[in-house]
Design a protein around this ligand. Structure first.
Ligand SMILES: NC(=O)c1ccc[n+]([C@@H]2O[C@H](COP(=O)([O-])OP(=O)(O)OC[C@H]3O[C@@H](n4cnc5c(N)ncnc54)[C@H](O)[C@@H]3O)[C@@H](O)[C@H]2O)c1
Length: 367
């Protein structure tokens, strides 16, 4: 299958593209490369060719000849949504729909969308299924729901849309994110020996390894269209619904010399427990292979191997909000989050550096 992966240069995309290629798919990446300045380690995987493009500008001609689009390219978490609700809506909702309409017009048959369990918002201790009421607390989560609704309306014979409500990801990726809970706590433990929680650690969070997200995407692409058309599926594992405090305890077990402290209740209402029964029935081959304990151990081994230090842990590209602020502050992005820098390379493709991790890409490209 010819698959276009948007957000190929991001945390999930950098892991997903080689996995899809390993499943025999011909993969092309599309990404505006907001975080190109950050590469935690080279994984030496073959990278797909890449379109350096903003989803807001994509048209049917860009998508001709693809069988499937896997859409990851958005501002990727709640704090980013708070940075600019207007731009979040423009990229995460309107940009995503521009892409989806272009895909349909180009004759792409499958569209897999990276939604999020954050749509459950303040779910408390009740276990949420795909049919439970949603309670988005942020612009980011509201946009996820808006995309889900619009994609459901577009699902038809010949255009199979599937929305994957991913739990919070963890695990190693060359395009690392240290702004998601397990990666952040492991990085703190490795570089400071202290995890000082700013909350009491009681909120629930379902967690999922980034490679298990990738496997879920691969299984959706390989499932019969009728089975996945119009589906919304939570992606994760019932046993990996943990309180943030339990996540910190796992980090403490993997880093026994690390001190962990808790603060008062943070006032952050985001808390949800999620059922992952449906994905197992729709995609019978799916089960998560990696636990949170596995992920913490994997990250300790990686951080030891690369000698993760405080400067690298704190480098802005690994915290998406900090990097966007830096790019905006330096005038490299304009107020609508479009690149201002002139293109050093041809606009469309860069076969040598590929869409994943450009070999010499210390400087961001042009959207
Ligand atoms: N990582 C998680 O825990 C998690 C959990 C649930 C859902 N998701 C969703 O999965 C997707 C990928 O997440 P991630 O963690 O890899 O995020 P990421 O921020 O690491 O990657 C997103 C990529 O998309 C690109 N991008 C952003 N806006 C773009 C635009 N307008 N045009 C082209 N490229 C653009 C960025 O340059 C970046 O490379 C996102 O939609 C996110 O909301 C992630």
């Amino acid at each position: 299958m010819r698959v276009l992966v948007t957000g190929a240069d991001g945390y999930i995309g950098a892991v997903l593209c080689p996995i899809l290629a390993g499943h025999g798919h011909a993969v092309v990446g599309l990404d505006t490369r907001f975080y190109a300045a950050g590469l935690l380690y080279p994984d030496l995987a073959d990278r797909p060719a890449g379109l350096r493009r903003d989803t807001r500008d994509v048209g049917p001609a860009d998508l001709a000849g693809f069988d499937a689009v896997v859409h990851l390219a958005e501002l990727s978490n709640d704090p980013l949504g708070a940075l600019s609700p207007t731009i979040t809506r423009e990229i995460n909702h309107r940009g995503s729909m521009t892409l989806a309409r272009a895909a349909r017009a180009a004759g792409v048959r499958r569209f897999v969308y990276a939604s999020s369990c954050s749509v459950y918002g303040a779910g408390g201790s009740d276990v949420r299924t795909e049919t439970s009421p949603t309670a988005p607390l942020t612009e980011y989560a509201a946009c996820k729901l808006a995309c889900e609704a619009d994609l459901a309306a577009m699902a038809a014979e010949g255009f199979a849309t599937t929305c994957l409500r991913n739990a919070t990801a963890f695990g190693a990726s060359p395009r690392m994110r240290f702004d998601i809970v397990l990666n952040n706590l492991c990085g703190l433990a490795a570089t400071t020996g202290l995890v000082a929680m700013t909350s009491d650690g009681t909120p629930w969070r379902p967690l999922v390894h980034v490679r298990d997200i990738a496997r879920a995407v691969a299984l959706v692409l390989e499932a019969p269209e009728d089975r996945v058309r119009g589906e919304i599926l939570n992606v994760g594992d019932d046993d990996q619904n943990l309180r943030v405090r339990e996540v910190a305890d796992i980090v403490g077990d993997v880093y026994p010399d690390c001190r962990i402290t808790y603060g008062p209740s943070s006032g952050d209402d985001r808390s949800y427990r999620v059922s992952f029964a449906r994905i197992r029935s729709v995609l019978p081959g799916f089960a998560c292979r990696h636990t949170v304990v596995d992920g913490a151990r994997e990250m300790r081994a990686l951080f030891d191997a690369i000698g993760l230090d405080r400067d690298t842990f704190g480098a802005t590209p690994f915290t998406r909000l900090a990097e966007l602020r830096r790019l905006l502050g330096a005038g490299l992005l304009d107020a609508s989050f479009r690149w201002r820098v002139p293109s050093p390379t041809p606009h469309r493709t860069d076969e040598r550096s590929g869409g994943g991790i450009p070999a010499d890409d210390g400087f961001p490209g042009v959207g």
